[in-house]
Design a protein around this ligand. Sequence first.
Ligand SMILES: [Cu+2]
Length: 119
Amino acid sequence: MTKTILACISIFVAVVAGASALAKPADGKKGQEQVVTMQVTSEGFVPAQVKVKAGQPVKLIVTRKTDVTCAKEIVIKDFGINEPLPLNQPVEIRFTPTKPGQVRYACAMDMIAGVIIVE
Ligand SMILES: [Cu+2]
């Protein structure tokens, strides 16, 4: 009797251990980051339109390349983001779009703008 119980417990432990080992790679896949690079030039945000997938975290890397612009920061209202863009310094911005649609981004005065298309 005792042997049967012990066997049952060890099988249970093995199953639990196996399940938690399997959970890790699945989480890693789900959190796959989408990297988007963008520059601020005299033309504005380049590219002004980018595409990302919904449900996956986005890492937006923005580098301001010119002083002749008013886009010295980037504002993404939908995600409460307002990041200064120091000259020639890549700035990493992270957010996760949850649903398909369009996310607008712009300079602080909302003059120079672009759109992130979430699919
Ligand atoms: Cu502006």
